[in-house]
Each structure stands twice: as structure tokens, then as C-alpha cells.
Design a protein around this ligand. Structure first.
Ligand code: ADP
Ligand code: MG
Length: 691
């Protein structure tokens, strides 16, 4: 029997009366199976004893000490006992016994005790009010499980209950992993894991048992991922993908088959037309990614591909090429961008590139009003539009497609992962027996561990190399107060006919925050600092028509300086802009800084990024500035970001159920994740060969 299958009510366990059973039910513990798989949240390692002098605010310590005196404070019913204790080094500490007056009799002066708790100095003496105490002779050195609790159940009681359950029901529990996998991974049987989790002999043993459970959890997750992929696409997602330094072994940009060895799929007529119109040729990475996509589209199975490439690597063109192949074979395409500004830019690009091809393009955002909107909707529904470009309005309830064959999501990290299903639901659906192809593009490189877990069912293509002629952007840090030097530098660039961005964290002045705002700095920069060059202001509160005019004028080089908020973080593409000045840079997250910096260095001109930071940086702020200064490698920045912020904030996965594992944390447990994935896929392949 598997542990979760033990349906005996928890109330049968020794020490669990009706009242306790109710409290356990609050935790979702109803059966003995639930109880046995109530894993310790951590262990308290009492095999390591130390002295009071090694206290820290963050960790509990175990100390052997002697009670030297009793003191009382407060009056009447509020009277509280303090045990004064001293360890072998002679350090004194006080144990404040709130609601525990009975400790007076249990631990009279001269008693040797073992205490476990978190200590902090107060009024000149170390103090703890949340501590465990035992007589030293009753306290053998051991590792104790620490469980999550609910009000009314104490830690010691929970330990007793689970120990009793283990003793009565802990035998004859089956392992869940297939025996073959378990043995080849060298993992203990489930029954042994259970015993070790709840009553380990050492910390190492406890951690090994937990790793075995994590493996199990990730194995079944990856097994499900692989199975889904087999069903949808007839094959497993590439095992090894998603990270710059660990691409496929042959060093080719993309995983899977060796791209160089095979012939490229022939281009479709519209694809040919587009490639003839652009004034450059595709980079080798772009070519091989385009070819991968072409093969996917021709395969008769549904494509689900994550296209990664650092800012400026040329993903948009690849997405357009994919659309054109689909349009050539009679399907509709939807191209989703996170901001109106970017959607507009893509639409204008598409219109320019596809002029005279007969491809019918439409633009749709929440701001497209009444008549125009009705018109676009009806033409989408009737199939008179081939390519629609817009914001999330593309996938709102009222939008119907005749034959949506491909959805492209640009800057996918701006959208929640869950939106994926909303997008795919717009396709022709099960009725036509076909799902919508999906390309998700990301310039915030997705660390390998996320690529394997959250995006584990996607194939990953990576564009690693930049178009030729790009010069690495030089990043300078400047402390606030020295911005005059930065301005002087920018003036030199402007005088050469180049352009500059100035980015601020706020639109308008907020006196409480004491930050420079885009509005005020626009005034200052245009009137006092650079009166000889035009400066325009852009942010999300400026009407859309006006935003358009401003961008167009900047794109044409009529405006020297664009003062902005992080609105310009995504997509904006002006190769003549060589300076990015970000003031109050410490206010921006790493991925925003990286994206903003990516607005320059988009042509063959040398470009600069200036991060102006305020004097009193937090540790985190310092770390961010340092990384930005050290590297322009988006993958490294993303990995660091992951370390600084934790996985929940990254890549739009906050609401994705990413953290939905019981014990596993794919970031911390990346090594186990990789092993589990390899084992799960190996098993799937074997099963499939047999059937
Ligand atoms: P991102 O990957 O950040 O979305 P874009 O698709 O916006 O990058 O491309 C950045 C710029 O590089 C655009 O101006 C685009 O026209 C240009 N570009 C794309 N591919 C190439 C290429 N092979 N050679 C030269 N320039 C290119
Ligand atoms: Mg882009």
C-alpha cells in the first residue's frame, strides 16, 4: 500500500482524541496516510551543541547550561518567571517563561539544562522567550523533526503523534517510484524514507531522505510533462536546452538534431519575399531557428516553442517568418505584444515589410474603438485578416477567429503563464482536430531550471549570437550628484547626431518620495541642460496618438532626446540612439535594467549606458548595480536575478503554480530536477518503444 492510500482515520492513532483530531483536520490531516506524509518543515539538529556567545538573530542554538537564579517581573497574574542560566564559557542568558510558571519547580537553581532557542541581547543580557528546555540528563543529542502546526497542537505533541503513527502503521508501505528507477538512482525504499524523515539519526540522513522525496515529486511531474508532449507532438521536448552555457553538446545553438547536417526546409513564397526585402541576411542562429520552426509547422503536429534570445538578437523577424509560412498555407496568425507601443511598432514594421504582398494585416488593442473594432472583429471571424497584431485584447472574450493557426507571444514574461491556455483556446479546437501552434518569445532569458520546470513542455530555441557589427554596450555607474559628467558625455554624442534616452522611475513629482520624475526632468533637460537639442516626454498617461507621434519623431531622428519611464523597456528599436541614462537606477529591477539597456547598441554604433544611483544603496541595490556593471550577458543577469529575488517574481510565473510542489523547489533542487527529468523521459521512451 502507498502511504497516501492508508485511509485509517487519524483519530485511531494513540494520543489523538476527538479534540486533537479536529485540530489535525484544520491542517488537512484526516487519515494516517496524511499524518505520515506530514513532512517536517525542517530539523532541529541537537547533536550540535554550542555556546550562548554564538547567538544570531536568525538561527536557533542548542546550549548546555546551568540555572543560576530565578527572577520575577510583573505583578499578580501577569507575574512572569525568568530563569537565569550560564554556560560553560561563563556567558549568562535569561529565559523568559511567559505562561510557564511551572518551570520554577522543574528547574531549580543548580540544575543542568539543555536549551534550544533563538537568543538576542536585551538590556545587556542575552534573552529568549521562545525556547525548549530539558534537564541535561534527559536530553540525548539527537535530530528532531520540526513540523508545521496549528494553534492548539504543540511541537512536542505533534512529534509524539507522528511517532505513534509511524510505529503502528509504518510497515508494509510500498515505494511509488518504479523499482527500476528507484534502484538505478540508488534511492531508499519509501518505508525507510518515512522513518528517516520523521526520526533521522543524523542531519545527513534526513537530508538524503528529503532529496529522495523531492526526486520522486519531480520525477512524476516530468513524467506527466513528457507524456503530454508525446501526446500532442509525438515526441519528447528537448532534454537539454534553455541555457547559454549548457546548450547542446555539439555547441550548435539549438538542441535536437544537428542542424548543420541536414538540408533546410524550403522557404514558402511569402518567406522568400520577406527575406528579399530586408537589407541584411539572417544570422546563422536565426537561420537554424527559422528552420526548426519551419519543420515544426510542416510536421502535422502542434508546435509549442519558446524562442529565447537576448535583447536585440532579432527575434521579431523569426516570428514574422513563421507567420508567413502559416499564412501561405491558409491559416490566421495572432501576434501578441505586452504594450500598445510595442504592438504598434510591430504592426508598422509588418506593414512596411509586407507591403504589396497582399497579406491582410490588422491592429487591435483595447484602445481601438467602436467602428474600427467592430470591423476588425468581423473580418477576423470571417477570415479576411491574415495577421492581427495587438495587445491582450486579441484574446478577450469577444474576439473570434476563423482559423487561428499560430499565436506568437512577444516578451512572454510580461504575461502570466496561465494566459497561455486562454490563447490556445481561441484555436479551431478539438473539432478540427488541431491545436494552435505557439511561439513564445523571451528576451529575459529564462534560467535553465525554469525552462525545465515551468516551461518543461515546450521546445526551446535559442538565438545566441547578435547580428554582425554590434559593439558591446559600455556601462558606467555614477553616483547621484555626479550626473553633470554624464550629461556632458551625452552632449558629445548628441553633437555627433546620435540620440539618447533618459529614464526615470516616476511620471510626475511625488514629494514623499524625493525622486526625480520624468516630467520634471523633461523640463530641466530640455530647458537648462540640452536647450539646443529637442527633448520629448513619453509615458503611459500620454494619449496613444500622441505617443505614436513622439515615437515616430524619435525614430526619424527629429528628436534628440527621449525622456521616459520604463514604458520604453520593451521593443523600442532605434539604432541611432547610443546613450541610455537611467536615473535612480537602484529603483529598477535587474531585468528592467537589462531590457532598458537593450534599447541602445542596436546598430553598429558604439553605445553607452549610464546608471545613476543614489548614495544610500541597499545590499540588494549594490548587487544589482555590480552585476549590470560586470556583464551584458542576459543569461547571467537572469540567473543572478533569480538568486536575488527568488523564482516567484521571475518570468511571469508568480501565479503559475510553479511553487505548487510539496517539497521540491526547482531552483534550489535544479540538480535533482535534471536527474528526474532524464529518468522520466528515459522511462517514457522505453514504454513507447514497447507499445
Ligand atoms: P529582439 O530579439 O530584441 O526582439 P529585434 O527583433 O527587435 O530584437 O531586432 C533588433 C534589431 O536588429 C532590429 O532593428 C532588426 O531589424 C535588426 N536585425 C534583426 N536581424 C538582423 C540581422 N540578421 N542582421 C542585422 N540586423 C538584424
Ligand atoms: Mg523584441
Amino acid at each position: 500500500m502507498r502511504v497516501r492510500e492508508i485511509q485509517v482515520p487519524a483519530s485511531r492513532v494513540r494520543g489523538v482524541g476527538p479534540a486533537t483530531a479536529k485540530l489535525l483536520a484544520n491542517l488537512g490531516i484526516l487519515t494516517v496516510g496524511d499524518l505520515l506524509s506530514w513532512w517536517p518543515r525542517e530539523w532541529d539538529d541537537r547533536t550540535v551543541r554550542t555556546f550562548f556567545s554564538s547567538w544570531s538573530e536568525s538561527a536557533k542554538i542548542n546550549v548546555l547550561a546551568k540555572v543560576t537564579a530565578h527572577e520575577w517581573f510583573g505583578y499578580g497574574r501577569m507575574k512572569t518567571l525568568k530563569l537565569i542560566v550560564e554556560d560553560a564559557e561563563g556567558t549568562e542568558a535569561e529565559l523568559v517563561c511567559f505562561n510557564r510558571p511551572f518551570l520554577e519547580r522543574l528547574y531549580p537553581p543548580e540544575t543542568e539544562i539543555a536549551v534550544n532557542g533563538r537568543f538576542q541581547p536585551k538590556y545587556g543580557r542575552l534573552q529568549s522567550s521562545a525556547f525548549d528546555i530539558e534537564a541535561a540528563e534527559d536530553a540525548p543529542a539527537k535530530v528532531l523533526p520540526v513540523y508545521s502546526l496549528t494553534a492548539g497542537i504543540a511541537q512536542t505533541q505533534m512529534r509524539k503523534i507522528i511517532a505513534a503513527a509511524l510505529e503502528e502503521y509504518g510497515r508494509g508501505i510500498d515505494s511509488e517510484l518504479p523499482e527500476k528507477v528507484r534502484k538505478s538512482e540508488g534511492l531508499p525504499e519509501k518505508a525507510a524514507i518515512l522513518r528517516t524523515m520523521h526520526a533521522p539519526a543524523s542531519m545527513q540522513e534526513a537530508e538524503a531522505a528529503r532529496d529522495a522525496l523531492i526526486f520522486e515529486e519531480l520525477f512524476f511531474f516530468q513524467y506527466a510533462v513528457g507524456k503530454g508532449s508525446l501526446k500532442r507532438r509525438g515526441r519528447l521536448p528537448a532534454v537539454d536546452s534553455g541555457s547559454a552555457e549548457t546548450g547542446s553538446e555539439d555547441g550548435k545553438p539549438n538542441s535536437g538534431e544537428a542542424a548543420g547536417a541536414r538540408e533546410e526546409a524550403p522557404l514558402s513564397p511569402l518567406q522568400k519575399h520577406l527575406l528579399e526585402r530586408i537589407p541584411f541576411s539572417l544570422t546563422p542562429d536565426q537561420r537554424s531557428v527559422a528552420d526548426e520552426i519551419n519543420r515544426d509547422l510542416d510536421s502535422g503536429l502542434t508546435m509549442a516553442r519558446l524562442l529565447q534570445g537576448d535583447v536585440g538578437s532579432g527575434k521579431t523577424l523569426i516570428a514574422f517568418l513563421a507567420c508567413l509560412r502559416v499564412i501561405d498555407s491558409g491559416g490566421q496568425c495572432a501576434f501578441l505584444a505586452p504594450t500598445e507601443l510595442l504592438a504598434r511598432q510591430h504592426a508598422e514594421n509588418a506593414a512596411r515589410l509586407l507591403e504589396s504582398t497582399g497579406v491582410r494585416i490588422a491592429f487591435l488593442t483595447g484602445n481601438v474603438k467602436a467602428e474600427g473594432r467592430t470591423n476588425v472583429l468581423s473580418r477576423l471571424a470571417s477570415g479576411e485578416i491574415d495577421l492581427v497584431i495587438g495587445t491582450h485584447a486579441l484574446f478577450s472574450e469577444s474576439v473570434k477567429y476563423r482559423n487561428l493557426a499560430l499565436a506568437v507571444v512577444d516578451e512572454q514574461h510580461r504575461f502570466g503563464v496561465l494566459q497561455r491556455s486562454a490563447i490556445l483556446a481561441k484555436g479551431p479546437g478539438a473539432a478540427a482536430g488541431k491545436e494552435t501552434h505557439l511561439i513564445m518569445m523571451s528576451a529575459t532569458p529564462i534560467p535553465r531550471t525554469l525552462a525545465l520546470s515551468v516551461f518543461g513542455d515546450l521546445d526551446v530555441s535559442v538565438i545566441k549570437t547578435m547580428p554582425p557589427g554590434r559593439k558591446p554596450i559600455v556601462t558606467h555607474l555614477a553616483r547621484q550628484g555626479n550626473e553633470q559628467k554624464v550629461y556632458d558625455f551625452v552632449r558629445r554624442e548628441l553633437s555627433l547626431g546620435h540620440q539618447a534616452y533618459f529614464v526615470y522611475p516616476l511620471i510626475d513629482q511625488n514629494d514623499a518620495l524625493d525622486l526625480k520624475s520624468a516630467e520634471r526632468m523633461h523640463e530641466r533637460l530640455s530647458r537648462e541642460v540640452f536647450p539646443e537639442y529637442g527633448a520629448e516626454l513619453i509615458h503611459s498617461r500620454i494619449p496613444e496618438d500622441e505617443q505614436r507621434r513622439i515615437m515616430e519623431s524619435f525614430r526619424l531622428g527629429k528628436t534628440g532626446i527621449l525622456v521616459a519611464t520604463s514604458l520604453v523597456e520593451v521593443g523600442v528599436d532605434v539604432a541611432n540612439a547610443t546613450c541610455m541614462v537611467i536615473e535612480h537606477a537602484e529603483r529598477f529591477g535587474l531585468s528592467a535594467l537589462h531590457q532598458l539597456r537593450g534599447r541602445v547598441g542596436r546598430g553598429d554604433l558604439q553605445s553607452w549606458c549610464f546608471l545613476v544611483y543614489s548614495g544610500n544603496l541597499t545590499e540588494e541595490g549594490k548587487a544589482r548595480m555590480k552585476i549590470m556593471h560586470e556583464t551584458t550577458d542576459g543569461f547571467r543577469i537572469a540567473e543572478e536575478d533569480l538568486v536575488i529575488r527568488g523564482p516567484g517574481e521571475i518570468a511571469g510565473i508568480k501565479q503559475s503554480g510553479y511553487a505548487g510542489f510539496d517539497l521540491a523547489d526547482p531552483v534550489r533542487d535544479m540538480k535533482i530536477l535534471e536527474k528526474a527529468r532524464a529518468a522520466a523521459f528515459a522511462l517514457l521512451l522505453e514504454e513507447n518503444r514497447v507499445s
